[in-house]
Design a protein around this ligand. Sequence first.
Ligand SMILES: NC(=O)c1ccc[n+]([C@@H]2O[C@H](COP(=O)([O-])OP(=O)(O)OC[C@H]3O[C@@H](n4cnc5c(N)ncnc54)[C@H](O)[C@@H]3O)[C@@H](O)[C@H]2O)c1
Length: 251
Amino acid sequence: MGRLDGKVALITGAASGMGAAEARLFANEGAKVVLADIQDELGRKVTRVIEDTGRTATYMHLNVASEDEWRKVIAATVKLYGKLNVLVNNAGIGGALVRLHEYPTQDWDRVMAVNATGTFLGTKHAIPEMRKAGGGSIINVSSIYGLVGSAMEAAYPASKGAVRIFTKAAAIQYAKENIRVNSLHPGFIDTPQAAVLVHDPVERKKLIERTPLGRIAMPEDIAPGALFLASDESSYITGAELVMDGGITAQ
Ligand SMILES: NC(=O)c1ccc[n+]([C@@H]2O[C@H](COP(=O)([O-])OP(=O)(O)OC[C@H]3O[C@@H](n4cnc5c(N)ncnc54)[C@H](O)[C@@H]3O)[C@@H](O)[C@H]2O)c1
């Protein structure tokens, strides 16, 4: 018995990092998984590896900042697998690592479009299908920088804070329809997005020193949190924040 048997899950940003780890884990737990991303070649490669293990997965191109593309991907998912039960709004980008008085305004627009607007659009277009399915679970990937301030950057923490509070609004609006919406808050994870920090020996040492558990996490450390929120094991949890940060924000 898989923990997601019978469910259809759509994961954005699934070509890389945490999204790819979640796609592998969800498929292993019995879900039919749609991997969506803008890195088509990489996304197809991750999907083929899942299919080679005998699991069910499909790759679809999706720029989460485009409402038109969201309409097409949700419709194609339902056409292919009959319904939609789980959405992980995982796709995200960082911006310039500078203080906000120097922060490029075009970076603000770009980061907000992907991280905040992308999460809104995904939720907006998934909800009608989840209502038809009798319920669902939406997991919005925020960050520790949706909980506490960042010494650098402007748009990244603003976008991740938006994801956090948007999640609570969505949760209370659709709880009566059995649609649960929760946010996930990773700390420092070894993925391409964080490579500039976690692969720099000086920065890496600083990050590890900030982390009570004393290590940088791997995507596979975070995927089980998304699995729990996607599964019926979390049936009484909505509007909540699952913090997976090695203790950083407990200090
Ligand atoms: N790595 C960390 O330390 C860390 C910490 C906290 C939160 N996060 C968040 O976790 C999520 C996953 O990031 P990751 O660390 O696995 O990084 P990653 O770069 O490995 O993966 C992000 C994926 O999102 C995709 N993507 C980017 N823009 C997109 C768009 N417009 N439409 C569709 N897909 C798009 C990328 O192509 C990539 O495959 C992001 O939301 C990120 O902000 C990361």
